[in-house]
Design a protein around this ligand. Structure first.
Ligand SMILES: NC(=O)c1ccc[n+]([C@@H]2O[C@H](COP(=O)([O-])OP(=O)(O)OC[C@H]3O[C@@H](n4cnc5c(N)ncnc54)[C@H](OP(=O)(O)O)[C@@H]3O)[C@@H](O)[C@H]2O)c1
Length: 285
């Protein structure tokens, strides 16, 4: 039995589908079970990282755990609570989604450190673990849908900085391989797509998919920070988002690895493939 956290989200939802498709028994965790439909092989369980008793209940009977916490300063607390519950309930293996650059020295920039405590909790214990450190998700481009639908330029806070944009479906497939085999125990896998892309590069690919030009507009980092705070984002969180953009703009995340191909035995999906498969999000009607 495999407990999947973040089961209603982008990566976790795909992990649930892939595991169920392989005939695995899945416990899909959410804070709101009422909003999730049961499907064959999938049992929905209530769990909230802020409610330790609920985590113990969710982990009961599970052999393995897919651990995905929502990004933010609370991720450390959430990961530690979930790992403690997994240990107490006799879970044997944990596959955790972290982020590229976690724990690496980067000129005082704290990007990625939200996942450091969770990684440490796994490394310091006796559980089998696999840590996945993905690069920027292709699905972040869904945030551009409102501008694209209105024919407006999409915001760019990263200049010409390029990243190894990864399809979250590849992250899910690697996670499922690690959850269902003994091959990647105590491995840290850095998951990237096959090519380095800037925001203007991604906009160009998206435009080619849609059959029109998608422009970008540079947003100064102070304006970006103010817009996040105006949208209700915690100032500490906003600072980290701004640091992340600055790091990317300086080329600090221009990195490709072969880990997806090594695990899956095929090349990672391109951003063009992701865009073609998500075209509907960017066209009206
Ligand atoms: N986006 C990127 O470019 C990127 C790059 C590298 C790493 N990552 C990492 O990937 C993760 C995000 O993955 P994603 O995009 O698949 O997430 P997502 O689609 O935003 O989904 C977040 C999930 O977290 C669950 N959740 C939120 N708060 C919770 C709580 N208090 N207790 C239990 N569950 C909670 C939600 O479930 P319910 O609402 O149903 O409870 C939902 O299923 C983060 O850890 C992030 O740091 C992202």
């Amino acid at each position: 039995m495999i407990l999947v956290t973040g089961a209603t989200g982008t990566v976790g939802g795909e992990v649930v589908r892939l595991l169920a498709g392989r005939g695995e028994r899945v416990l899909a965790m959410t804070r709101e079970p009422a909003k999730v439909e049961e499907s064959p092989g999938v049992e929905v369980v209530r769990g909230d990282f802020d409610d330790p008793a609920s985590l113990a209940g969710a982990a009961r009977g599970a052999d393995a755990l897919f651990l995905l916490s929502a990004p933010g300063p609370w991720a450390a607390r959430h990961d530690e609570a979930m790992v403690a519950a997994a240990r107490a309930e006799g879970v044997r293996k944990v596959v955790k989604v972290s982020a590229i650059g976690t724990g690496e020295e980067r000129e005082g920039v704290t990007v990625g450190d939200w996942h450091l405590a969770g990684e440490r909790a796994l490394r310091s214990g006796e559980l089998d673990w696999t840590i996945l450190r993905p690069s920027s998700f292709a699905s972040n481009a869904l945030g551009w849908a409102p501008q694209v639908l209105r024919g407006q330029p999409v915001p760019n806070t990263m200049g010409d900085g390029r990243q190894g944009v990864v399809d979250p479906r590849d992250v899910a497939e690697v996670a499922v391989t690690a959850l269902t085999s003994e091959e990647h125990v105590r491995a840290v896998l850095t998951l990237t797509g096959p090519e380095l892309l800037s925001v203007p590069d991604m906009a160009k690919v998206l435009g080619e998919t849609l059959g029109r030009t998608v422009e970008t507009v540079e947003v100064p980092l102070e304006v970006y920070r103010e817009s996040l705070i105006a949208a209700g984002v915690d100032p500490g969180f906003a600072d980290i988002a701004v640091d992340g953009s600055r790091t990317v703009a300086r080329g600090g995340n221009a990195r490709l690895t072969g880990d997806v191909e090594r695990v899956l035995g095929r090349a990672p999906r391109t951003f063009a493939t992701w865009a073609a498969d998500h075209r509907a999000a960017f066209v009206s009607g």
